[in-house]
Write a protein that binds this ligand. Structure first.
Ligand code: URA
Length: 210
């Protein structure tokens, strides 16, 4: 697995505001959306393109278009939905699939409650959206599902990551075809599996407590 941590003052500025417990929901949503677009720019650096030539009013120009099959974006329900608009703004032609994962708050085990993904992902580049890479259980499950269906590469985009989660993913996916792009790496997980200092429950801050 390859890990890319955004090292950009704008990302740090927006993450700092996002973490603040006094940041209201509307601002939290806007910041999450803006952060994804910044991270997506890095995450799509290796996206496959096909060489093309277009005719400008002046001459022929060599360029590139996104290759077919189109990329697939997979927000992990529920919190990943808060990242979807920011990602599709950059990749409006991408397909979108959904995976619903819920974490048992005692065992911290993730289980799947929804799977709306294409059955065959052969050759597809997949971008998974999950704001918090905590224990890594959710992403191990989702990336394994995508790999079993033939995905050519999987890039997970996270706002925050814990070292424990990154280590778990590295162990599960030694291949370079799995990448994580994160806004930053925090200190650790607490006993409840929350990222410290983190930002609390991303789903609750985006959508309210369930
Ligand atoms: N999920 C969250 O929403 N926050 C955490 O800190 C960890 C997992």
């Amino acid at each position: 697995m390859r890990t890319l941590v955004a090292d950009h003052p704008l990302v740090t500025h927006k993450l700092t505001h996002l973490r603040d417990v006094t940041t209201d929901r509307a601002t939290f949503r806007t910041l999450a959306d803006e952060l994804v677009t910044l991270l997506a720019y890095e995450a799509t650096r290796e996206i496959r393109v096909t060489d093309v030539t277009v005719t400008t009013p002046v001459a022929e120009a060599a360029g590139a278009r996104l290759a077919v099959p189109r990329p697939l974006i997979v927000p992990v329900l529920r919190a990943g939905i808060g990242m979807l608009d920011g990602m599709t703004r950059l990749l409006p032609m991408a397909d979108v699939g959904f995976v619903g994962m819920v974490r048992d708050e005692d065992s911290l085990q993730a289980s799947t409650y929804a799977d709306r993904l294409p059955a065959d992902l052969t050759g597809r580049e997949v971008f998974v959206l999950d704001p918090m890479l905590a224990t890594g259980g959710t992403l191990v499950t989702v990336i394994s599902m995508l790999a079993r269906r033939g995905a050519a590469s999987v890039t997970a985009i996270c706002l925050l990551a814990a070292p424990e989660g990154l280590a778990r993913l590295e162990e599960a996916f030694p291949s370079d075809e799995v990448r994580v792009v994160s806004g930053t790496v925090d200190e650790r997980l607490n006993s409840k599996g929350y990222i410290v200092p983190g930002l609390g429950d991303a789903g609750d801050r985006l959508f309210g407590a369930v």
